[in-house]
Design a protein around this ligand. Structure first.
Ligand SMILES: *Cc1c(COP(=O)(O)O)cnc(C)c1O
Length: 396
């Protein structure tokens, strides 16, 4: 029977009903401007204060180290541009080839402004090497920015190890933790980072709101001029409802996190084993062990990722592909190329991202549906027709 299965939680997540409920008063009767001194305004100010304290608590930070932003991309851009602009060391940035475009494009913009960048490669599993990071650090390195967990292949970097190297050299360390926060334990001291980005809509909060953690003592450049909001660094009347929603979503996501991780990991592993076992010429992308609980990313050879996504959509499955079709030309994912896949194999990739709102029935349905869809697409594919299928004994 056809159903709807949302398996694209890495792109965004549904708003948790309890989060909406926490937000509603600030969209309706509690509409005061938090800067106003009468009660209606102060109610909103108090809600933001409580939200900041909660977010700080969840990350093991101090409230004055939390800046609310308009989402993950803004947090990344702000962190990177600020560290670059204020550095006394020089004009060199270190990042990795598999970062989110919010990071990569911010670093590329700095390159156009006279900075130099080193893009660390990753191994087959998607991991950055601590030795390579050590070797890349220069006296003029202003910032190292390496993501906590990758949005496409789910690989979790050894951030504590990498940040320790940065600290030894006195280089600030930023991490894009947008995929990690609310899905695995994230504590700024355990990670040893100086700046960290997160976005509410990746853990069942509202879209268009995020946060940037900035360790005390680390200077932060102004982002938006105007009033004194966010310690005078990001002016503009606060998104009270969004901020309240972010804090509520984070608190809920971190509740019984270990148990949610266990449940989600079990679904993930059943999906991975089921796919690899039923679809010939399929392989897992990214480390099997150092992997987000909900991330499945497989390459399915001899098919086109885009057509697969559209066929799955017809069957009620919302998923994503590593290949993004931009202006008629197919650009394979920089992440999949980064782990060494060929252009062809990178094109036939499928990302299924689950979380604890998914069910075993969702996994069953995907496993029932996917092999048939793949077989159909392969039947129509000239790539498949000419492929050397010697030795493949699975039924297709
Ligand atoms: C989603 C995402 C972003 C961007 O966050 P927005 O809130 O959409 O701006 C940045 N980095 C990673 C790793 C992401 O997954």
């Amino acid at each position: 029977m056809k159903r709807f299965v949302y398996a694209d939680n890495a792109a965004t997540t549904k708003l948790d009903g309890a989060v909406l409920e926490a937000m509603l008063p600030y969209l309706t009767e509690q509409y005061g401007n938090p800067s106003s001194i009468y009660a209606l305004g102060q109610n909103a100010a108090r809600a933001i204060r409580a939200a900041r304290e909660r977010v700080a608590f969840e990350l093991g930070a101090k409230p004055e180290e939390i800046y609310f932003t308009g989402g993950g991309s803004e947090s990344d851009t702000w962190a990177i541009r600020s560290a670059a602009a204020l550095s006394k060391r020089g004009k060199h940035i270190i990042t990795s080839v598999i970062e989110h475009h919010a990071v990569l494009h911010a670093v590329e913009a700095l390159e156009r402004e006279g900075f130099e960048a080193t893009y660390l490669g990753v191994d087959r599993d998607g991991l950055v090497s601590p030795d390579e990071l050590s070797a890349a650090i220069r006296p003029d390195t202003a910032l190292i920015t390496i993501m906590t967990a990758n949005n496409e292949i789910g690989v979790i970097q050894p951030i504590a190890e990498l940040s320790a190297i940065a600290r030894e050299h006195g280089v600030p360390f930023h991490t894009d933790a947008v995929q990690a926060v609310g899905h695995i334990p994230v504590n700024v001291d355990a990670l040893g980072v100086d700046m960290l980005s997160l976005a509410a809509h990746k853990f069942h909060g509202p879209k268009g709101v995020g946060a940037l953690y900035v360790r005390r003592g680390m200077r932060l450049q102004n982002l938006i001029y105007g009033g004194g909001q966010e310690r005078g660094k990001r002016a503009g009347t606060e998104n009270t409802a969004g901020i309240v929603g972010l804090a509520k979503a984070l608190a809920l996501a971190n509740e019984d996190l270990e148990e949610k991780m266990r449940v989600t990991t079990a679904m993930r592993d059943r999906l991975i084993d089921g796919i690899l076992g039923s679809i010939p010429y399929s392989r897992l992308n990214g480390s099997r062990e150092r992997r987000l609980p909900g991330n499945v990313n497989v390459s399915i050879e001899f098919i086109e990722g885009e057509s697969l996504i559209l066929r799955l959509d017809e069957q009620g499955i919302a998923a994503s592909s590593g290949s993004a079709c931009t202006s008629g030309s197919l650009d394979p994912s920089h992440v999949l190329l980064g782990i060494g896949l060929s252009h062809e194999v990178a094109h036939g990739s499928l990302r299924l991202s689950l979380d604890h709102f998914n069910t075993d029935e969702d996994v069953d349905y995907i496993l029932e549906t996917l092999p048939g869809v793949v077989a159909e697409l392969r039947e129509m594919s000239p790539l498949w027709e000419h492929a050397d299928k010697e030795g493949v004994d699975n039924a297709v």
